[in-house]
Design a protein around this ligand. Structure first.
Ligand code: NAD
Length: 331
């Protein structure tokens, strides 16, 4: 589907959704994905139908351009109160501790990533909300997973606390769907690249930082080695995928753990070469740190044919298009 078709569908759905009284709560709305998602959901569903929330109240569009509430995703009562107050139907749970940060505080990462999910799943089980979006990650895979073109169903032995929490989350989502009929939908996001928001402490953060440093200093020191291929996706594609999976008919969603989502796959060397096409003097050096070990345990590329078949997923941005857009916006 082209951007134009997608926009047309948005406008059409906007009317229908308002009529259907969709009320959305985004938890973790001030993060890298939440910021973009909030903007898009407000466009589609109307500012009055989207409640953004986060534990941090920043001075940004998420807070200033619509309804915003401070909430702690670990506090069931707070979430339940918001759900009742605004008659929320759909929850997008974006609050989590990401891969690199989670390794520094494993117990807290487990607590936040798991219990926030249980709170939302239990609200759906109690029929207080209708639909949940919960993001998983390529971190669910591990060193024993086939690295190239990683299939939807394969060996999953994650070796990071983040990956363990995401894989457990996937199992619980599927369980709540099978046993309690909860309509929960999920995507295994690859590393996400965006120009408007800072990444939140993941292993793929270098692929955002490199553009900033290329424009600021003309040079970048990368914390991964030059040949480390990882699956990545431009934020526009990721937001579109999130909204498309939530808008797909329930009967099309056959995977209730989480869908593989492919975008592009590249190494630090390849992204540097692409940047050089726009900034010929750009240089890169490599100084791998603890994140190299995390990256080495993840797939290099992802097979997302199941998402393509079930809800017509198709990514649009490749490395070249992403680089043009990033540089244009950051300039
Ligand atoms: N960004 C990526 O590349 C990527 C890749 C795979 C999966 N994901 C997943 O997508 C989701 C969102 O990721 P992101 O990159 O936007 O993360 P982020 O760290 O940028 O944002 C998370 C947001 O959650 C908020 N938060 C943290 N603790 C909270 C709490 N107790 N209560 C309420 N809010 C709280 C933070 O303040 C922050 O604004 C996460 O589940 C993450 O695991 C992200």
């Amino acid at each position: 589907m082209t951007h134009k078709d997608f926009r047309k569908r948005y406008l059409c759905l906007q009317q229908t959704n308002r009529a259907m009284n969709t009320k959305i709560l985004i938890i973790g709305a001030c993060g890298q994905i939440g910021t973009e998602l909030t903007k898009k959901l407000r466009n589609i569903y109307g500012v009055e139908n989207v409640i953004a929330s986060d534990i941090r109240k920043l001075n940004n569009d998420v807070v200033n351009e619509g309804i915003f509430e401070v909430v702690n995703a670990l506090d069931f009562n707070q979430i339940e109160h918001l759900v009742e107050q605004y008659q929320v139907t759909d929850v997008y749970l974006m609050a989590a501790l990401l891969s690199a940060t989670a390794e520094k505080n494993p117990a807290f990462a487990w607590d936040l990533n798991m219990n926030s999910l249980f709170h939302v799943l239990n609200l759906a089980k109690a029929k207080k909300i209708k639909k949940i979006f919960w993001p998983s990650s390529i971190a669910v895979f591990g060193p024993t997973t086939p690295r190239h073109n990683t299939p939807q169903y394969t060996i999953m032995e994650p070796s990071t606390v983040y990956g363990i929490s995401k894989q457990s989350g996937e199992r619980w989502c599927e369980y709540y769907h099978n046993i309690y009929g909860v309509d929960v939908r999920s995507i295994r996001y690859p590393g996400l690249i965006s120009w408007s928001t800072e990444p939140g402490g993941g292993t793929t953060d270098y692929a955002v930082d490199i553009y900033h440093k290329a424009l600021e200093n003309g040079t970048y020191e990368c914390f991964l080695s030059e040949e480390t291929a990882l699956p990545m996706m431009y934020m526009d594609d990721a937001i579109r995928a999130t909204i498309e999976i939530m808008q797909a008919p329930a009967e099309n969603i056959h995977v209730r753990s989480s869908y593989n989502l492919g975008g592009v796959s590249f190494t630090p060397k390849e992204i540097a070469q692409e940047i050089k096409k726009h900034i010929p003097s750009f240089t890169i050096t490599y100084k791998p740190d603890f994140r190299q070990k995390i990256a080495d345990s993840w797939p290099a590329s992802i097979d997302d044919t199941v998402a393509q078949k079930d809800w017509n997923w198709k990514h649009e941005f490749d490395l070249a298009a992403m680089t043009v857009d990033m540089i244009e916006h950051l300039k």
